[in-house]
Design a protein around this ligand. Structure first.
Ligand SMILES: Cc1cc2nc3c(=O)[nH]c(=O)nc-3n(C[C@H](O)[C@H](O)[C@H](O)COP(=O)(O)O)c2cc1C
Length: 199
């Protein structure tokens, strides 16, 4: 079957797309609200885009009532965003932080998570995450006329749990056990880890 995306209504297009492009890593994005309180929300339209400079991308759907989601509004105002990478054991909290709280309500408090600041960027990292990235806004790119957009942000500091690092200075995937998103409300984590050509 070949499907023209324009033949689908926005909901069906979304559900098809998020079931095709899987698994998607999750950026647990921490930002600071206008009143100085912390904001935290998960985003799975997320990936690394470049390593020199080290750049990540996050995609934002519009907010039904407010136009912009709080995370987007905050990063555009402050230029600062923290991206924590949740592990499998944090799945329930990741899901809980996607609830639509009123602006200024702190998901760290509501979901019993511990915020901390790395010192370079004024945006809260999640202490419970094993990898967390301090980032600053590079560019905001808008698509179409429905209010969707993407933020490109540069990593200013990697915060890594020492126990994850292997002798080549990279993160051991089995220690990280990253949480990832599928379609249909499902999540996953790593299954088989292999190199092509090696059994
Ligand atoms: C696992 C997961 C992934 C999500 N990915 C996205 C995403 O990529 N883009 C998006 O706009 N919303 C995404 N959401 C929904 C946002 O987390 C949700 O709208 C949240 O309330 C936004 O919070 P904010 O208004 O504080 O930014 C996702 C939700 C979950 C649970």
């Amino acid at each position: 079957v070949i499907i023209n995306p324009e033949s689908l209504n926005p909901g069906r297009r979304y559900f098809l797309m998020i079931s095709c492009i899987i698994p998607r890593p999750i950026a647990w994005a921490g930002t600071v609200n206008e009143d100085g309180s912390n904001n935290l929300a998960p985003f799975s339209f997320f990936n690394g885009m470049s390593s020199t400079p080290p750049v990540v991308a996050i995609g934002f759907a519009p907010h039904e009532d407010k136009g912009q989601k709080d995370t987007l509004r905050n990063v555009l105002r402050t230029g600062e965003i923290a991206v924590s990478i949740p592990s499998r054991d944090l799945a329930d909290k990741v899901s809980a932080t996607s609830e639509d709280l009123t602006y200024g309500a702190d998901e760290f408090v509501a979901c019993e998570l511990t915020p901390y600041f790395g010192g370079l960027v004024n945006a809260p990292l999640v202490r419970e995450a094993r990898v967390a990235l301090e980032c600053s806004l590079l560019r905001h790119i808008e698509f179409g006329d429905a209010g969707s957009s993407m933020v490109l942000a540069e990593i200013r500091a990697f915060h890594l749990d020492d126990r994850l690092i292997d002798n080549r200075g990279t993160v051991n995937p089995n220690s990280l056990q990253p949480l990832a998103r599928l379609g249909g409300g499902f999540f996953t984590t790593l299954g088989e880890v292999f190199k092509p050509g090696q059994n």
